[in-house]
Each structure stands twice: as structure tokens, then as C-alpha cells.
Ligand binder design. Sequence first.
Ligand SMILES: N[C@@H](CCC(=O)N[C@@H](CSO)C(=O)NCC(=O)O)C(=O)O
Length: 214
Amino acid sequence: MAMKVFGQPMSTNVARVLVCLEEVGAKYEVVPVDFATAEHKSPEHTSRNPFGQVPALQDGDLVLFESRAISRYVLRKNSSELLKEGSLADSARVDVWLEVESHHFDRPMAVIIYQCLVLPVYFGGKTDEKVVEENLETLRKTFQVYEDRLSRSTYLAGDFISLADLSHFPTAYYLLATPHAGMLDEFPRVKAWIDGVLARPAVVKVIEMMKASA
Ligand SMILES: N[C@@H](CCC(=O)N[C@@H](CSO)C(=O)NCC(=O)O)C(=O)O
């Protein structure tokens, strides 16, 4: 029976799971969850994700939530090289940079995306430029670390692409859609790395799904 992913592809955390499913060629079905009617807070969905968020994944009688944990499950189930689990050291480096993505990249980026894209486009609100500037400063510090790292290895965890790199794609894609894409010109290696990740066939396919669900 095909796996079910609950949530809309335009959501960065849902897209993170979808790219892993595409990378391993898994059969899956996307089951939209309607935020407009607060379906994500319904008893049915909170039984899948107690925080009332998307994504959730159902694989037979296994139900998971938290996109990075779901991503690891999908890749591990398919013995994907994207986890580098044949090497203790390499797989630990993948974990390190996946944590970095979650705490040092996604955190400021979530605010920048909300302020620059979600608030004006979906709620007709006004971007708080001061809040954006504060989070851009945090993001610059993160990118300084990435720029240095990428001067020593082709990808974040080593000279191999991994989930740590792919996990960045949804939020990086939206950064390019904000008025602040130009900040990447200060970090040429980061910009080239993002361009490479965004050109990956599985990523290109999920970006099409993100656009179609927006
Ligand atoms: N750490 C979790 C975050 C999920 C999340 O914030 N999902 C958002 C949509 S994607 O930006 C969501 O469901 N927001 C609605 C809400 O929080 O009520 C994960 O990685 O799965």
C-alpha cells in the first residue's frame, strides 16, 4: 500500500519529505490538509501529528510526524546513500549538519519567509522590516559558517551530497523568492551550493509540486 503524506507541498516541511520520497522513487500519495478550515487542528489530523502541524506520514500502521524524522525514515527504509549510514563518522556528520539546518538556518528563515512572503501574500499584512533585518543578520552569521565549510568540502557533511544538503532546499527556494535573494552574493560558495541542490531532478520535481499547490 502506498505511503500517505499529509500536507500541502508548498509547505517547506512537507516539501522536505517529498524530496526524500522522490529521491528513493517511493510510491506515495499526497493528502492535502486544509488550513483554511483548520483541518490541521482536527481530531483526525492531531491523531497523526499531536501539534496539529503538517507533515505527517502514514506507512501501513506506522504514523510519523516531524519532517526531518520522517525524511530519515523514508531514506533509511530504502537504504539510501543520502544518510551515509555505511560510515559512522559520515552519518554523524550528516546528523550534525541536519541539526545545523534546523536550528541555525530554518529558524531565521522561517521568520523571513513569514514576513516577506506569507504575511503580505496570504494575509495582506505588512512586512516588519526590522524583524526581517534582525533575522537576516542571524542568517549572515550562519552563511559565514557555511561559506567556510564549503571551502573545505563539496557539500555540508563531506564530499558527498546528503540529506543535510537536501533538507535546506525548500527554505532556500523561498529565500530566492524574497527581496533578499541578493544577500547570497556575499557568499558565492553558498550560492553555488544552493544552485546545485535546486538543480537536482528530485528537487526540480518537488518545486513544481510546491508551485502547483500554492
Ligand atoms: N518541526 C516541524 C514543523 C512543522 C510545521 O511548522 N508545519 C507548518 C507548515 S510548514 O511550515 C504548520 O503545520 N503550521 C501550522 C501550525 O503550526 O499551526 C516539522 O519539521 O515537521
